[in-house]
Design a protein around this ligand. Structure first.
Ligand code: URA
Length: 444
């Protein structure tokens, strides 16, 4: 391990064998934390080549179980978001894709810090089982076309251990390490092809567009090297996606979107993610416009909403909550945040809104924290909209008045009002495929 650390410290490209040996040794316990930490710091400063990053990914994916989805016929396309605020796209894009005949077998994460997790959102539906035995998971995918569960089993334990070490040694923010961490889990979870939603902006891991594009390119390159076709969209996370932030509130907004009544930004992003998933599954004769048309059709004719309800029922949940959202238990306090001035909303800091939602009870600060599924907030205004002094900027949902006070303070700080009408925020900044990057949404 000493030689591997020194080689990397001196800027040498490591061999596949060195990387596999280090990852296996650290996961197995024969390499101590202090040597792994030194290695990570050397990687942080010296970087990794594309080949090294792919080998690291492979070694981490090989460290635990590989989910075999061969029993499910067809190309299984997974979708992954690097984490955002108000991101309920899996609940909409997944059913759209399934309604077009492409199986969706998805393992999703739980929320931590300012970002939410799909599994927590689904768990707010009474009865919904986020853990299914593998045979049942495959049966639901085969019968319904889609199943979404929490990450189970022993998926990429090397990543779990290395991530915990990165978290406390200042080595999280390295593109090769982030890319290998995300892709190793997707590969071990059995995806044939992957659509990535790489967030950019204030509420994202990578706050600059160039950083987000480079992360997207690193992950697409890994996919290419390990034989899983990957497309990445780089999408906005300066302001939250849609209006709802918080678990049951986001499920209600996802259902409304599938019924044709959702926010425009959420609908557009879900259709674009779904179209790219369909493309990778071989639909539309390789034509993205054809896939967009298929996705729009499945959304507007109600088939996608039907799929979501079927999936919820198959996983033990009560689908009537999706038709009648007022059945969800109400939060004891519903409090407005009022505009302090008249003008245009010029900024909504997604990170601060995510923190506000967590403070209201919707998120976890530590992995073991409980969450309140009823808690969260609804934005009444988005960037570019006009607001009168005293009008509601947001509505807070919480179980305790003191949490409401703290959440209200954070939301008020997060929203800026000005006199000049701002340019409408861009939703999709770029698309990265093996052929390269294309910027802007004009070409999408
Ligand atoms: N998400 C992951 O899964 N891993 C990282 O390293 C960063 C974000």
């Amino acid at each position: 391990m000493y030689d591997i650390i020194v080689d990397k410290r001196n800027g040498k490209e490591l061999t596949r064998e060195q990387i596999a040996w280090a990852v296996a040794g650290y996961t197995g316990g024969s390499i101590p934390d202090y040597q792994a930490a030194a290695w990570l710091m050397a990687i942080y400063f010296q970087g990794m080549t594309e080949r090294e990053t792919a080998w690291l990914t492979d070694a981490m994916a090989a460290s635990g179980d590989h989910i075999d989805l061969a029993a499910i016929p067809g190309i299984k396309v997974d979708k992954h978001s690097t984490g955002g605020v108000g991101d309920k796209t899996t609940l909409i894009a997944g059913p759209i894709v399934a309604a077009c005949g492409v199986p969706v077998a998805k393992m999703s994460g739980r929320g931590l810090g300012h970002t939410g997790g799909t599994v927590d959102k689904l768990a707010s539906i009474p009865g919904y089982r986020t853990e299914l035995p593998k045979e049942e998971f495959c049966r639901v995918v085969k019968e319904v076309g889609i199943a979404v569960i929490g990450q189970s089993g022993n998926i990429a334990p090397a990543d779990k251990k290395l991530y915990a070490l990165r978290d406390v040694t200042g080595t999280v923010e390295n593109i090769s390490l982030i890319a290998a961490s995300i892709m190793s889990k997707k590969i071990a979870a059995g995806a044939d092809a992957i659509v990535l939603d790489v967030k950019t902006g204030r509420g994202a891991f990578m706050q600059t567009l160039e950083g987000s594009l480079r992360l997207a390119e690193a992950m697409v390159a890994i996919g290419e090297k390990v034989g899983r076709e990957t497309i990445a969209l780089v999408t906005d996370m300066d302001e939250p996606l849609g209006a709802a932030v918080g678990n049951a509130l986001e499920v209600m907004e996802a259902a409304a979107t599938l019924m044709g009544r959702g926010p425009g930004d959420l609908r557009r992003l879900c259709l674009e993610l779904a179209a790219n998933m369909l493309l990778l599954a071989g639909k539309g004769d390789g034509d993205i416009d054809g896939c967009r048309k298929m996705a729009r059709q499945a959304l507007t004719d109600g088939r996608a909403f039907g799929k979501l309800k079927q999936m919820v029922a198959a996983q033990g949940g009560d689908p009537s909550y999706l038709d009648e959202p007022n059945r969800f238990p109400a939060a004891p306090f519903i409090l407005p945040v009022k505009a302090p001035a008249t003008g245009y909303v010029t900024a909504i800091d997604a990170l601060a809104i995510g923190n506000a939602s967590a403070a209201l009870g919707a998120g976890r600060l530590r992995k073991e924290d409980d969450i309140d599924h009823r808690a969260g907030l609804i934005l009444k205004k988005k960037i570019g909209q006009w607001v009168e002094k005293g009008e509601a900027l947001a509505e807070l949902y919480t179980a305790a008045a003191d949490k409401g006070e703290e959440g209200g303070r954070l939301v008020a700080q997060a929203i800026e009002i000005g006199e000049a009408k701002p340019r409408p925020p861009k939703l999709i900044h770029g698309r990265v495929t093996a052929a390269g990057r294309v910027l802007g949404s004009r070409q999408l």
